[in-house]
Each structure stands twice: as C-alpha cells, then as structure tokens.
Design a protein around this ligand. Structure first.
Ligand SMILES: OC[C@H]1O[C@H](O[C@H]2O[C@H](CO)[C@@H](O)[C@H](O)[C@H]2O)[C@H](O)[C@@H](O)[C@@H]1O
Length: 577
C-alpha cells in the first residue's frame, strides 16, 4: 500500500503508530519547552511495548503536562531511543580499508592526505544496518526496513535520504567501496519497487513525497566504476517506474510557449496536506496564523512539497521571502528538477541500449530531446544568460490543462539553481552537450557576475532570510553540481573557476573540521572554516554528502604538495568575472 493522493494517508501498519508518536511529540513539547526541542526525535522512537499501553499512559492534552523527569521516564518505559532500531555496522563494511590501494593518488600534501583519510574513515561511523525487529514488527517502527547495509547522513538524520545518497555514493566510490555503493543504490531500487518512487527518506512518514531524482545518476556512477551490467538490468525497470512518477499526474505540467508549441515539464508536489510528522509542532504553529481549515491544508501541502525539493526552506519558493505562509512550490517549474529529469531520460536511454532494449532507448532519447527543448523554451532567459524557475498562475488561468507561457513569469531572482543545467555538460560531451561552448561561456560569465561566488564557496542565493537554503549558506551538493559542470563546460576559464571553487570549499571544510572535529551539513560561505546555520533545526554534523563532496573534489582536482589547506590561504584566482 502506498500513500494515497491528496489527503495523505499512510500505510495502515504505521498510521496508528504515527498518531501515537504525534501525541507523544506534543506532550513532550509541553513538558520540556521549546528550547532545543527537536520534534523529529519523537516520531523516530521505536515502540518497545504494546501501543495501547503506551497511549493509555500518556497524559491527555487537557491535563497539566508531565515534569521533565516524568516525561523521560515515560519515554524510557514504552520506547527505545530514537535511532536504536538502526544498528552501527562499521564491522560489516567488508569493503572498507583504512588506506585503500589507489586512494586519491593526486593528493600529495601531507596535511590534505591525512585529513582525507580521516574523512574516508567516517564511513565507518555512518554505516548502519536496519535491526531485524523492524521487518518483523513494522507496526512498532517508523523506520522502513531495507535489505542491505546503509550509510546515513548523520546526527538527527538517522535514516537513509534520497538525494543525499548520490553524494554518499560518489564518496564511497572514491573510497573504493564499490560494494557499499552498490548496496546504497539497491536499497533505493528496493524502495521504488515497493512504493513506485524513492521516498524523501526511509521512514514511513516520508512516503508522501520524494526528493530530487538522482537515482539514475547513482546507477550510472556505480556502473561506470564496476561495469556490472546485471546491476543495470536490475535497476532499469524501477527507473522506468520512477520516471513515470515524476512525469505524470500531479508532477506533470503542460505549457504552451509563445510560438504555440506545447511542452511538458515537471514540478514538486507532495501527496500530503497535513503537518509533516517530523516537524508537526513547527508546522502547526506556522499554520496557526491562518484561519480556515482549507487554507491550512493548502499550506501544509506547500510545506511538504518544498521538502520534496530538497531545498527546505528557501526564499526561492516564497512569494514573500519573509513569510513562510506564502510558500508556493507547487506553482513553480523548477530548473534543477527538470535538469535532473533530462539526465534521468538520457541515463535510461543509455542503460536500455546497454542491455539491448533499443525501443526503450529510442523512446527516452526522444523524451530527453523534448525536455531539452522545453527547458530552453520555458526556463531559459537570454537576457540574464541563466535558466530561471517559471511561476504558474494561481488563478487557474489554464485552458484545457495547458498553461500559456507569459513573459514576466520567470523568477528573475538569482539562485544557484539557475546555473545547475551546466552540470549536464559533465555527463554528455561533444554533440550531445546540453549547452554548447559559446552558451556555456555566457552562463559562466553570468555566474561570475551573480554575487553568489564568495570567499568560502558558492552561496545558495544572495538573500539572507534566515532560511537554511539561502544566504550565507553554501551546501555541498550545490558546490559539486556547479564545479563539475564548470569543469566540463569546454573553456579553460570555466575549468579554472571550478578548481577555485573546489579549493575554497575543501579549505573551509578542513578549517571547520580542525576547529570542531566534525564535518558539517552546510557552511557559511562568507568565512572560511565556519559552519552554516538558519532554518528549523540545529545544524547537523556527520555528514554523508559533505564527506562525499570533499572526497570527490580531492579526487578530481588533487592537492599538490605545497598547496596550503588551512584557512589562512586565499583562493587561487579571483572569483569575480
Ligand atoms: O526535519 C526537517 C527536514 O529535514 C530534512 O531536510 C534536510 O536534511 C536532508 C538530509 O540531509 C536533506 O536531504 C534536505 O535537503 C535538507 O533540507 C528532510 O529531508 C525534510 O523532508 C524534513 O522535513
């Protein structure tokens, strides 16, 4: 059973548990107060006894809240600790070696190499196995059982996440951990087989939405490293299913350009109109500013759809950047989502060809060509030399299911996502290039003038809104997508810029690691060695995609013997154009 459209029903086995955990969550907030309160902890608690007994022992909302000590006693009596249903599995990482043969051959600086080996060793800390009891008694766990070993992002992100896994896979491959990388992908393949798409993360409360679709890219990376055709054969049918999830029903939008041609592009949209269980107390507080139930449900859908984008939260999705109730994600045709889908279509075409299914290969090549034309017709802005998110009208101005493209509906604000199509150049060179060298050069020059390139990396946007996917935060996946794209854009200047971004990013990661002993999920791009902040939860460490991006940059660009790695060094070339 999968989440049903619209209202947001969960699997019957876990609905009762989530309802109980939501009651526990709001009781805990009353008992412990808002300081340092993380609502996710409570929906991650595995039940250790009978649900009815746990429900009966919970004070009702009209009674005074329990004391802190009573609350903790209650939790210990009826639940295991959050995350205790995932077993640390360092010992089971059979393909981990302290210094694998051929590891980062171009990293020659002693300091850089010693640190890279420490980052590599972090895979052991992030390795988990889902405890056997999860599959045996699913009604006691919000955790979804997975057949193979997993690598998690870290800290409060105790479970597998969809798009994080792409950079985890990239890092595992640098670490020569081919088996672990393959397992990571096969777990996601298993989720598609079960749910028809990859959920946001491996929790039952995440199955109402997905995340940026990078599964085909993971399959490609693993195949390129292992040459395992059987693996591709296994992954292809689920990829076809995933493609149809993203290109049909609520995700698909038809739009007519000003020459009368109709195009199909995709958008983020969750099947959920309630508070996100992992952040229910926060969502309810936000919705308390709104009166009608129907409008609250609309807001909840926008919130969950924004989580599907991976950019939760950002001014990118808001009509008014200071007011979260103006989130309008389902009305936006996003540049990055359609970039990833173009890549998925090209990847599927290659996989189908590889296994001799020429008809599927042709079909997906055609689909990718159509999406390329759609992206260039609807999202490209030749004046700004960027691809821009397109905002659909909210007033239902849509004839027979087809919107009319309007000048002025592209979002002219700058976001790093406006440059993400450059990434496609890293994966299809020559005549198959997404943007030719001349166009890429113009985009690169637009990026240099954008104000996004800062002392310690690329900012997510130029606006400081307090949201975590805005200034001054720089996120590992975004650095990597842009640097890889620049490196393969065809000009020496773009390649130099790619290396400069990677250098600044590696230094800031190193500086923060030396200061805190940790790898962080995001960084402040204004200051070398400073981690990021903002948003609805405390900044997290660990951290899966961060480690993957650093290892990947070190593999791609190396680190010469005399190149300084600490924050006292300045970037190689000037970032401004
Ligand atoms: O608990 C709040 C939200 O947390 C997640 O989002 C953030 O962390 C993820 C894991 O690193 C990352 O994939 C995402 O891009 C981050 O914004 C979660 O994915 C959200 O669904 C959740 O509501």
């Amino acid at each position: 059973a999968t989440a049903t459209a619209g209202s947001g029903k969960l699997e019957p086995t876990t609905t009762a548990l989530i309802e109980l955990l939501l009651r526990v969550q709001s009781t805990a907030l009353r008992a412990l107060g808002p300081d340092g309160f993380d609502p996710k902890r409570y929906v991650d608690l595995p039940l250790s006894t009978d649900a009815r007994a746990a429900a009966a022992a919970l004070p009702s909302p009209d009674k005074p809240p329990p004391s802190r000590a009573e609350m903790e006693r209650y939790l210990a009596r009826y639940f295991g600790a959050a995350g205790s249903d995932l077993v640390p599995a360092a010992a089971e990482l059979a393909d981990f070696e302290a210094e694998p043969r051929g590891f980062l051959p171009r990293v020659r600086s002693r300091a850089a190499r010693a640190w890279a080996l420490e980052v590599h060793a972090l895979w052991r800390r992030l390795a988990r196995r889902v405890a056997r009891g999860v599959a045996e008694r699913p009604e006691r766990h919000t955790l979804l059982p997975l057949p193979r070993g997993v690598v998690v992002p870290g800290s409060r992100f105790r479970e597998v996440y969809y798009w994080d896994s792409y950079w985890i896979v990239r890092g595992l491959l640098v670490s020569k951990m081919y088996h672990s990388a393959t397992d990571t992908v096969l777990n996601l393949v298993h989720l598609v087989q079960k749910y028809g798409f990859v959920p946001n993360g491996a929790r039952s409360y995440y199955i109402n939405r997905s995340q940026p679709p990078l599964l085909s890219s993971m399959v490609l990376e693993v195949y390129e490293a292992t040459g395992d055709v059987k693996f591709v054969r296994e992954a292809l049918p689920p990829l076809l299913k995933e493609h149809s999830f993203w290109t049909s029903e609520i995700h698909s939008v038809a739009i007519r350009d000003n020459r009368g041609h109709v195009h199909n592009l995709s958008r983020y949209q969750a099947k959920w109109n309630k508070p996100r269980p992992e952040s229910a107390t926060i969502d309810k507080e936000l919705a308390s500013k709104i009166n009608s139930t129907a409008d609250k449900e609309k807001l909840y859908r926008q919130i969950a759809s924004t989580a599907e984008s991976g950019w939760d939260f950002s001014s990118r999705w808001m009509r008014n950047s200071t007011d979260m109730t103006t989130l309008a994600t389902t009305y936006i045709l996003p540049v990055d989502l359609n970039t990833f889908l173009f890549k998925m279509e090209r990847d599927i075409a290659s996989f189908a060809k590889l296994i001799g299914d020429n008809a599927t290969s042709e079909k997906f090549l055609e689909a990718s060509k159509a999406r390329h034309i759609a992206i260039d017709s609807i999202l490209w802005n030749s004046e700004m030399e960027q691809w821009l998110d397109y905002w659909l009208p909210t007033d239902g101005d849509c004839q027979q299911g087809v919107y009319q493209w309007r000048f002025g509906s592209q979002n002219r604000n700058t976001f790093v996502s406006n440059f993400i199509p450059l990434w496609l150049n890293a994966h299809h060179s020559g005549s198959g290039q997404f943007a030719d060298t001349a166009k890429s050069d113009r985009v690169v020059s637009s990026l240099q003038k954008s104000g996004l390139l800062r002392a310690a990396g690329i900012a997510t946007s130029p606006r400081n809104t307090g949201q975590q996917w805005d200034f001054p935060n720089g996120w590992p996946p975004l650095q990597h997508l842009i640097a890889e794209g620049l490196l393969h854009s065809g000009s020496k200047e773009a390649a130099r810029l790619a290396e400069d971004i990677a250098t600044r990013w590696v230094r800031t990661n190193y500086g923060a690691y030396k200061a805190t002993g940790k790898m962080h999920e995001k960084y402040d791009v204004e200051t070398c060695g400073k981690s990021g902040g903002g948003g609805e939860y405390k900044p997290q460490t660990g951290f899966g995609w961060t480690n993957g991006v650093v290892l990947s940059f070190l593999e791609e660009f190396g680190w010469p013997e005399h190149k300084g790695i600490d924050c006292s060094r300045r970037g190689g070339v000037s970032l401004a154009g």
